[in-house]
Design a protein around this ligand. Structure first.
Ligand SMILES: *Cc1c(COP(=O)(O)O)cnc(C)c1O
Length: 359
């Protein structure tokens, strides 16, 4: 009806049509307030209700325990690469697992603030698997253990969380946030840039256990970069990303209406299976990730020949599918099958790839 393409972008990414329709209908006048959310004071009653509901709906969806704060912070997921060591390094030492481009960025940022122990890495095979971390060495004085739970570029996901020796576990869930149920108590902190699987760009959701929020940070730490600032001010120390909070809140409600995260997981497994089954049976295409580490959200694949890969990307584009070119560090193709990608899109893509293979 809207002439939309199947958009397989890794982020910013496709969003649910019913949410976009609601947003469209409210853009000029939000529920009789006489103005749109983009124009509204963040200190108004109307807006306070929007942010409160967004937080509560997220708490309901994930079952977030009361001793965790939910923070909406700007600067994307990237700013967290620095905020995490700035706020959580007390002894100046943390354990990181290197599973791809995003954990590498987090590691190099953390090194500015303290000692980083890379306890395991999958660099030896171009980050095509998640290393076994059931027995990694976590020193007694490590401040936390850090993972990127779904590596967007390489298409890997953790199936079993690492051993942490009782230390706080910090997880970057940007590209898998709300794709399946999550036991929040297994983590000390979860964060996600929302433009992958939730809403518009420019915001990160931080879910952090209260005991990690400190009031004894070095006084040189900028006020905005302390978690305590955001926790004490209900994510409104300064003007927040009002728009992103509003749209994400709608997505949270929409996911609840679909049956919550267990329902999403079921659909996401089914969806990913359509593409993985095709890749496993194809003579031309193959997935780049070891089977036990495959992501439900980002599915990279190749033909084994760069020119053919480029030709396939052009072929899919001409057939109406967008953003299938793989990240330059992996090459080939990548289909991101986030919550909002309908299974029809994946069936249609597989049909298109089959046609290419036949020709
Ligand atoms: C996209 C992404 C980031 C960076 O997000 P920004 O919001 O652009 O800073 C970090 N981690 C992961 C896993 C990502 O997919």
């Amino acid at each position: 009806m809207y002439d939309r393409t199947f958009n397989f972008s890794a982020g910013p990414a496709t969003m649910p049509v019913p949410v976009l329709e609601e947003v469209r209908d409210e853009v000029l006048n939000y529920r009789g307030s006489g103005m749109g959310v983009m124009e509204m004071s963040h200190r108004s009653k109307v807006y306070q209700t929007i942010i409160d509901e967004a937080e509560q709906d997220l708490r309901d969806l994930m079952g977030i325990p009361d001793n965790y704060k939910v923070l909406f912070i700007q600067g994307g997921a990237t700013l967290q690469f620095a905020m995490i060591p700035m706020n959580l390094m007390k002894n100046g030492k943390a354990v990181y697992v290197e599973t791809g481009a995003w954990s590498k960025k987090a590691i190099s940022e953390a090194k500015k603030y303290g000692e980083v122990i890379v306890a395991a890495s999958s660099k030896d095979k171009n980050y095509s698997y998640i290393p076994d971390c059931s027995a990694i060495d976590v020193p007694e004085d490590a401040d936390y253990v850090y993972i990127c739970e779904n590596e967007t570029i390489h298409g890997t996901t953790w199936q079993t969380l690492p051993k942490t020796n009782g230390k706080p576990l910090v997880s970057d869930q940007s590209s898998m946030f709300l794709s399946k149920p999550c036991n929040v108590s297994d983590y000390a902190m979860i964060y996600a840039g929302v433009q992958k699987n939730v809403g518009p760009a420019g915001m990160v959701v931080v879910i952090i256990r209260e005991d990690l929020i400190r009031d004894d940070l070095d006084e040189k730490v900028p006020t905005y970069l302390s978690y305590k600032t955001h926790a004490d001010a209900g994510s409104m120390y300064n003007t927040p990303n009002c728009w992103a909070i509003y749209v994400c809140g709608k997505v949270f409600k929409y996911l609840k209406s679909l049956g919550g995260l267990a329902a999403m997981e079921k659909i996401n497994i089914e969806k990913a299976k359509v593409l993985y089954d095709f890749l496993d049976s194809s003579k031309l295409f193959s997935g780049t990730v070891e089977k036990g580490s495959r992501s439900l959200m980002n599915i990279p694949f190749v033909t084994g020949d760069k020119d053919v890969d480029a030709d396939v990307v052009a072929y899919t584009k001409a057939a109406g599918f967008e953003n299938l070119k793989g990240h330059k560090s992996v090459g080939g193709l990548r289909a991101s099958t986030y919550n909002a990608m309908p299974i029809e899109g994946v069936y249609a893509l597989v049909d298109c790839l089959k046609k290419y293979e036949a020709k």
